[in-house]
Write a protein that binds this ligand. Structure first.
Ligand code: LMR
Length: 400
């Protein structure tokens, strides 16, 4: 007898499980375009120069490693808040925002989800169609029943703004709506500021609860422009949440560093929220790790380092844009005759290729090029060394 005998094997994670399969593939030539991890032109995930500078300094200081508070490092929380909401944000100045260090974006989403479940146990939670694969797991495990709103329009290769607005207008008041601030994962298709204004209006009119997932601030346009939805919701006066991650924007994937921010109607409510989220942390992992928080806080509060970070972030964004152009031009030159303009108009780490599950499987089994079954390909893992091979493989599959 085993206490575990009722357990079945879980399916592989659609993203991280793909990396496991990739690692186990003995093929001498293979490319992992599955997981969203940035690599430079040599195929390495770089440690940013701003991070290296701080790490060296931290190592020399031999600082002790006592526990952080349950809500994390204060200097990190305030600098993350300023980055997400902007330096002179009125909601922050009014004391209406509380921020808690989290285990990156996933941890932020989960702490936010647990708090919302306590506060509003009967609310439904809606995701975009499609959304980041892990959203479904995070929110169902937090106990939510999921709903969906239209987002990606296969015909136009862009956002179905009217469909999205219509669906949100039909959601029950109190419904939690997960929104991607920029670099929508997996589609790479974003709303314009004018679209966001309309979304804010529907959300406000219909008393919905926005939960913004912002994992790519600065990788679409700029750090300031990419926070547009956050400031638009802040200006609307309603309560909402923002989960932010420094995995991609600082290249600190393994440090698990991010923050969950709650905007409340007033400072009293904000304090009550923080008292609860500290207990959520305490019950799951007690308090967060030190290194990532120390690095991000130091970079964001030191003007020269912050400027260096912004420059490095920009370089990443530009390299991905360049890869989009080279990928598209390569496929066109290889005779793929469908409209490929979506590759260069999408933003962020991914290209949502429109390829079917069968095509993605063929790409894996025949060419050892790994993308997700949804058709998502990681542009950030393309480089001048693997591009020809990727283009040839994708072109062969697309031409059938
Ligand atoms: C992705 O979408 O590939 C990344 O956000 C990594 C992850 O945790 O899924």
């Amino acid at each position: 007898m085993s206490i575990y005998s009722s357990l079945q094997a879980a399916p592989k994670d659609p993203i991280l499980g793909m990396t496991e399969t990739f690692n186990a593939d003995p093929a001498p030539v293979k490319v992992n375009l599955g997981v969203g991890v940035y690599q430079d032109d040599t195929g390495k995930t770089p440690l940013m120069a701003c991070v290296q500078t701080v790490e060296q300094d931290l190592a020399e200081r031999h600082r002790s490693r006592g526990y952080l508070p349950m809500d994390g490092l204060a200097a990190f929380n305030s600098s993350a808040q300023a980055l997400v909401f902007g330096e002179n944000s009125a909601v922050c100045q009014a004391g209406r925002v509380v921020s808690q260090q989290s285990l990156a974006g996933t941890g932020a989403l989960r702490v936010g989800a647990n708090l919302l479940k306590m506060a509003s146990p009967d609310a439904q939670l809606w995701l975009s169609t499609p959304s980041w694969e892990n959203h479904e797991l995070i929110f169902t495990r937090a106990g939510f029943e999921l709903g969906a709103y239209r987002y990606y329009d296969r015909a136009s290769g862009g956002v179905d703004v009217e469909g999205m607005l219509e669906d949100l207008a039909g959601a029950a008041p109190g419904t939690i709506v997960v929104l991607h601030a920029c670099c929508h994962n997996p589609t790479g298709c974003d709303l314009t500021p004018a679209d966001w204004d309309r979304v804010v209006q529907v959300v406000v009119d219909n008393q919905l609860v926005p939960f913004i997932d912002m994992a790519y601030q600065g990788l679409s346009h700029s750090v300031d422009e990419d926070r547009y939805p956050v400031t638009a919701f802040a200006d609307s006066g309603i309560e909402f949440l923002v989960a932010n991650s420094f995995s991609k924007t600082f290249g600190l994937y393994g440090e698990r560093i991010g923050a969950i921010h709650f905007v409340a109607a007033d400072g009293d409510r904000a304090k009550k929220i923080l008292s609860q989220t500290k207990l959520i942390a305490r019950s799951m992992y007690s308090n967060p790790p030190t290194q990532g928080a120390a690095i991000v806080a130091e970079v964001l509060t030191t003007p020269e380092l912050k400027a260096l970070w912004a420059q490095e972030l920009n370089q990443m964004k530009d390299r991905m844009k360049q890869m989009r152009q080279v990928f598209r031009a390569g496929l066109e030159a290889a005779g793929v005759d469908q409209d490929l303009s979506f590759i260069t108009s999408q933003a962020g780490m991914f290209s949502y290729s429109g390829m079917s599950v069968a095509q993605m499987q063929r790409l894996r089994s025949e060419f050892h090029v790994y993308g997700l079954d949804s058709g998502r390909l990681c542009i950030a893992a393309m480089n001048s060394r693997n591009m020809d091979f990727v283009v040839e493989s994708v072109a062969t599959v697309l031409k059938g």
